[in-house]
Design a protein around this ligand. Structure first.
Ligand code: NIG
Ligand code: FE
Length: 409
């Protein structure tokens, strides 16, 4: 008898493969999925299996008719930080705006003070429960930004902690350098000098293997388009991809700037104009929708959804998990908010939190249940995939497999 070919095989599964050619959700009713060395070796109809299941894999299990989707990808988070901003939340509820609080030196800068004061262990201890909360709701890949350090050592500390979050949880962590998040007080009135410093730190951090992409906050309370471009030039010189907090509170042409650099994604984009959407479509830049921040800030200006759809711009959905605008620890809840606030269909939201989110990180090896993709698989206790967006909270995840194997507890 020949040795089994695969490490694992799940039978009696309903697959939401998200393969376009298979129609709604890429669904397969009587499905099976097999994997070897962490990669999907078969994802299709059970009656198409190339042999008797018992001979195909070392471990053969039943999924009990449950739905399987690609594990979720959270492509925009700031989950490494110290402290919280609950008092700021209370002030905003009394009518003080996010911008006003930022201009007073609160907001992002209050988290910078707390994050600078925390050592690496304390920062890790604060971040881990948030990463585990995402994982408990089906996330296998998470992007984590720096941007609450704003000096070399503190940015480095954040990025090192982000890598350690991956090592501790089994999540695949992609790091993004966001030193251009806010102007630290020691550079008050000298934003151009600060950008020069952030540009100088970048190759050093990249040299330590701490940077997968570069981001900036291009906004009246952040950095100008010209400053953003200087930083992006430096990223390009190092071969690093860019993404941008673009047009969240006003239209500074952020979407167009990312497109000029063939960037991975333009994120937020509530105020992005039609011309920028066309440029994003040409450049293949993903639109990352962040309905959690929209919700918390009680925004009313919707992203240009019709234009994004009309031009075929891929739409991702992410939590933006951060202590200010989105204390949101569930990507499923972000998907639900994307449906309610932005009128995405549940299928669009699921694609947005899987295959399009992966694209927003430059990853093509995950986000669909298909041959050769990573065996990052979420098994859900639901009767229809729309439930992933329908239930607000609850524990729908039955089993998560990261490259075929459930993560450590
Ligand atoms: O994506 N807009 C800037 N950055 C974050 C908020 C960070 C904060 O308030 O701490 C965002 O919304
Ligand atoms: Fe953000």
């Amino acid at each position: 008898m020949s040795a089994p070919r695969w490490d694992g095989l799940l039978l009696d599964a309903r697959l939401a493969t998200l393969r376009e050619e298979l129609g709604a959700y890429g669904a397969i009713a009587d499905g099976a999925i097999g994997w070897k060395d962490g990669v999907i070796a078969f994802a299709g109809r059970r009656d198409e299996l190339p042999g008797d299941p018992a001979t195909l894999a070392t471990t053969v299990e039943s999924a009990g008719g449950r739905w399987l989707t690609p594990a979720l990808v959270d492509c925009h988070t700031h989950l490494v930080f110290a402290g919280d901003r609950a008092p700021e939340f209370e002030r905003r509820l009394q009518g003080v705006s996010y911008e006003t609080i930022a201009r007073e030196g609160g907001g992002i800068l209050s988290t910078v003070r707390a994050t600078r004061a925390a050592d690496e262990e304390a920062l890790l201890a604060a971040a881990l429960p948030r990463a585990l909360a995402l994982r408990a709701d089906g996330v296998a890949t998470v992007e984590i930004k720096s941007g609450y350090g704003l000096d070399f050592d503190s940015e480095r500390k954040m990025l090192r902690v982000a890598r350690r979050v991956g090592a501790e949880t089994g999540l695949d962590v992609r790091t993004t350098y966001l030193a251009a998040h806010a102007l630290p007080p020691e550079y008050a009135g000298r934003a151009d000098d600060y950008i020069a410093a952030a540009i100088e730190w970048l190759p050093r951090l990249h040299g330590e293997g701490l940077v997968d992409a570069v981001d900036a906050f291009c906004e009246g309370i952040g950095f100008s388009p010209a400053q953003t471009r200087r930083l992006f030039d430096a990223a390009r010189a190092l071969g690093l991809p860019v993404k941008l907090h673009a047009d969240q509170l006003s239209d500074l042409g952020g979407g167009g700037i990312v497109a000029d650099y063939a960037g991975l994604s333009a994120d937020h984009i509530e105020w992005t104009n039609g011309e920028a959407v066309t440029a994003m479509a040409r450049a293949g830049t993903v639109a990352v929708l962040l309905p959690g921040a929209f919700h918390v800030l009680r925004e009313t200006k919707l992203p240009p959804l019709d234009a994004l759809r009309a031009h075929g711009v891929a739409m991702a959905v992410a939590t933006d998990l951060n202590p200010g605008t989105a204390p949101l620890q569930s990507l499923r809840l972000a998907m639900a908010l994307a449906c309610t606030h932005f009128r995405l269909t549940p299928e669009e939201a699921l694609r947005g939190a899987t295959v399009h989110a992966a694209a927003a990180l430059g990853l093509r090896d995950r986000g669909r249940l298909a041959l050769g993709q990573r065996a990052d698989i979420a098994e859900w206790s639901i009767a229809h995939p729309a439930e992933l967006c329908y239930w607000l909270g609850g524990s729908l995840l039955h089993t998560l497999r990261l490259r075929g194997t459930p993560p450590p507890p």
